[in-house]
Design a protein around this ligand. Structure first.
Ligand code: NAD
Ligand code: GLY
Length: 372
């Protein structure tokens, strides 16, 4: 731990991006401790953005801690859900900033899961051309992935996360205590992003997850702390080399091309993001096997783990007429696509990922297999 980190953080992972570097603090009782926020930029006002589920649970303790540093602390409570990750809800953040006379020093605090984090980050990136913001992730998924690395976005009806910006937070605070209230289904969704880091970068971590999955599902603090720390370390390693996804960072999207098609094809919120990623990883593993990059034993190993984590491994049918065609159409609207050609993250041997175009016929085979 670094000398200037708050006393309650039991671990710290650093994102190294020159002047945009920042710490991820991992520990217990961090949220309510004023010391957690002592190194943040000073300002007259702090705006806490949360939602109707998380605010009643955690906003009061956060607001109280922030009052030690900011003269005025405003709470904005957004509607909850992926379906609200859109322009009208984003506008509510700008309304609150302007109505409260917020200047360009105002610090935004995103208190919630990935939806709140992505929207607050996008608002921070664009309000007065950029104000500081802090991520206070309250889901496992947000603690291991979405709060880290500076991707911010809202959805468009035609495609997920299509409108956004790269904009780094000043600090990420992963307080293990908040996971106590996280519903089981959301915990499983978060485990999808934890599992992801194994096949793309660290097979020893995959093995650790296999061994410790029951402890993770039981929310054992030591297991959760290790999973969060190792996930953040791997993400920090990737983002530190390729902040704006000109190459390597795309591997973090393993399973996401199929997953995003499922999410938007079914309608946002029907399947959770992590559920789409879990099933999408199984589909991408089959694709990797058909390309000769991993064997069937690897596909089965990953499928077993995804299923054990409480995630779907059978893909939904998105169209009664040409289901594979519908998947392909949806997947063409993907930020990795180039000139209409879909590019997939595949496993290029256990622990290593690659990005490549794949013939439609092969993708169709995988969709038919996984939807059956
Ligand atoms: P979410 O933000 O919708 O949160 C899931 C649900 O849990 C919500 O109903 C929320 O209110 C509730 N919740 C949150 N914390 C809680 C707590 N401690 N106790 C009880 N309930 C709680 O979903 P998510 O899975 O956190 O995030 C998914 C979003 O993140 C998607 O929009 C996805 O696109 C995005 N994402 C972004 C990145 C990135 O790099 N920016 C990476 C991965 C995912
Ligand atoms: N979640 C993918 C990324 O941050 O790049």
């Amino acid at each position: 731990m670094q000398a200037n980190s708050p006393s309650l953080a039991t671990a710290q992972v650093q994102i190294n991006l020159a002047e945009r570097s920042y710490p991820i603090l991992i520990g217990t009782s961090l949220l309510a401790d004023p010391l957690t926020y002592q190194h943040l930029p000073k300002a007259a006002t702090a705006l806490v953005v949360s939602n109707t589920t998380v605010a009643p649970l955690y906003a009061a303790q956060l607001t109280q801690a922030l009052q030690a540093h900011y003269g005025k602390v405003v709470l904005l409570t957004l509607p909850d859900g992926e379906v609200h990750k859109d322009w009208p809800t984003l506008q509510l953040i700008f309304d609150a900033l302007l109505e409260n006379g917020c200047d360009r020093k105002t610090v935004l605090f995103a208190l919630g899961g990935g939806v709140v984090g992505d929207m607050t980050g996008f608002a921070a990136a664009s309000y007065m051309r950029g104000v500081p913001f802090v991520q206070l992730p309250t889901t496992l998924l947000a603690q291991v992935d979405s709060s880290v690395g500076g991707k911010t976005a809202i959805n468009h009806p035609l495609g997920k996360n299509m409108i956004g910006a790269f904009y780094q937070p000043r600090q990420v605070v992963c307080d293990l205590e908040v996971l106590k209230t996280l519903p089981e289904r959301e915990l499983s969704a978060g485990l999808a992003e934890v599992i992801k880091y194994g096949p793309i970068a660290d097979m020893a971590f995959l093995e650790w997850i296999e061994t410790n999955l029951d402890a993770l599902l039981a929310k054992e603090p030591a297991a959760l702390a290790h999973a969060i720390q190792r996930s953040c370390e791997i993400k920090a390693w990737v983002v530190g080399q390729d902040e704006r996804e000109s190459g390597l960072r795309a591997i973090l999207n393993f399973g996401h091309t199929f997953g995003h098609a499922i999410e938007s094809g079914l309608g946002y919120g029907e399947w959770l993001h992590g559920e789409g990623v879990g099933c999408g990883m199984v589909m991408a593993a089959h694709l990797s096997q058909r390309l000769g990059r991993v064997d069937m034993a690897f596909v089965q190993r990953l499928t077993t783990l995804v299923r054990r984590a409480g995630l779907p491994v059978k893909a939904p049918v998105l169209s009664g007429t040409d289901n594979a065609g519908r998947y392909l159409d949806l997947m063409r609207i993907d930020k990795k696509s180039e000139a209409g050609e879909i590019r997939f993250v595949v496993i290029d041997g256990p622990g290593k990922a690659a990005v490549c175009a794949v013939p439609d016929a092969l993708v169709r085979e995988v969709i038919d297999l996984c939807c059956a």
